[in-house]
Design a protein around this ligand. Structure first.
Ligand SMILES: Cc1cc2nc3c(=O)[nH]c(=O)nc-3n(C[C@H](O)[C@H](O)[C@H](O)COP(=O)(O)OP(=O)(O)OC[C@H]3O[C@@H](n4cnc5c(N)ncnc54)[C@H](O)[C@@H]3O)c2cc1C
Length: 329
């Protein structure tokens, strides 16, 4: 699933004039390609692996067992992108991950950190009654950050140019707690500021190191907690969800099969689907997505024309991709 090859010989692709070449068919590269192609740019996406999706993909490690081995939850996918690229029409469907986190402790106790505030507060009260007020304050600073920096409607700082630190500070006015979460605190400082029960502190520590090569004691890791709670998937603040397959998949597979001569298979859901929807949107917008080839060298136009005879590009002929020299027009 998600594997694709060359839609035309390398020689042909290299001879064309492209306005933009996107390197990497992860979901970000594919989404960029879709937007650029919609703006009438001629776009080529090149991918060094045999399948699209990058970290957001689906693999079959054992026959018949398909899974998303890396990214598995959608959350920061912007509702604007979902709408503009018409992802629901391509089959994008998801289930809110309302159960949140179940955290067992070595002493035999445990806590279920529900997504729902009331249910979560009841769990905090059961485990650590003295921490209820602190837990509320800890949740509230995240809500203040989200509302200030990523409000609904216009004004979401994720849209458009990246904001400067000064612009962010203006939004947060004199909210020093929020500024500390965003710019200074480690995740350990964050939980210690609000909570006393060590088990409850530990339960939240992992939320500060998602996707990063850092420890919860490293400065700045508290901002990762905010980052992951800043989305509004489905219009729900901070919500994450499992991407589903289902009937929408049938349309996608037919569409893909038209593009790639039936090289696509059927799969029941998974986060990788997000990338495949983006791939579909990019292709439909007019972008070309190329895989199964690695590029050793990009030659500028001049160098290409003088070396063209000796550096003739090749098509891959075996499952092991050859290294190709490709000239950019
Ligand atoms: C273990 C783990 C779990 C995660 N879980 C989640 C999750 O549940 N939910 C979530 O939203 N996010 C999750 N993330 C983060 C998410 O996977 C990334 O934010 C996302 O994949 C980034 O997408 P991308 O398109 O920018 O890059 P990538 O997904 O990394 O894609 C880059 C692509 O470029 C290709 N490439 C690189 N160099 C070249 C080259 N020179 N030539 C051609 N192709 C090249 C790569 O092969 C790859 O396909 C997780 C990350 C990790 C590591």
């Amino acid at each position: 699933m998600g594997e694709l090859g060359l839609p035309a010989p390398i020689r042909e692709l290299a001879a064309k004039t492209w306005d933009t070449i996107v390197v990497g068919a992860g979901h970000n590269g594919l989404a960029c390609a879709a937007y650029l192609a919609r703006a009438d740019q001629r776009v080529l996406v090149i991918e060094s692996r045999t399948r699209v999706g990058g970290a957001c993909t689906i693999e079959e490690p054992f026959p018949g067992v398909r899974m998303s081995p890396c990214a598995y939850l959608a959350g920061l996918l912007h509702p604007l992108v979902v709408d503009e690229l018409d992802l629901p029409r391509r089959g994008f469907n998801w289930t809110p991950a309302v159960n949140g986190l179940f955290v067992p402790f070595l002493d035999g106790s445990s806590i279920q950190l529900w997504d729902d505030d009331d249910r979560c507060e009841a769990e905090v009260r059961r485990l650590a009654p003295g921490d209820v007020a602190g837990w509320r304050a800890m949740s509230d600073v995240i809500r203040r950050l989200r509302d200030a920096l990523r409000p609904t409607g216009t004004g979401d700082l994720w849209i458009g140019e990246a904001p400067t630190p000064a612009q962010i500070e203006v939004r947060l006015s004199a909210d020093n707690e929020a500024l500390s979460v965003l710019f200074d605190w480690s995740m350990a400082e964050y939980v210690e500021h609000y909570l006393r029960d060590e088990r409850l502190q530990i339960a939240y520590l992992g939320q500060g190191v998602i996707g990063t090569n850092a420890s919860p004691f490293d400065p700045g890791t508290a901002s990762i907690r905010f980052h992951h709670a800043s989305g509004r998937l489905g219009g729900i603040p901070g919500m994450w969800g499992y991407v589903r397959g289902g009937m929408g998949m049938a349309d996608l597979v037919i569409l893909m099969a038209q593009h790639f001569g039936g090289m696509w298979g059927y799969v029941r859901g998974g986060m990788g689907m997000v990338s495949f929807y983006f791939c579909d949107a990019a292709l439909e917008s007019g972008a070309t997505v190329v895989s199964v080839c690695r590029f050793r060298k990009f030659c500028p136009a001049k160098e290409w024309s003088s070396n063209a005879a000796s550096a003739s590009p090749q098509e891959p002929s075996s499952p092991t991709p050859p290294v190709c020299g490709v000239g950019l027009p």
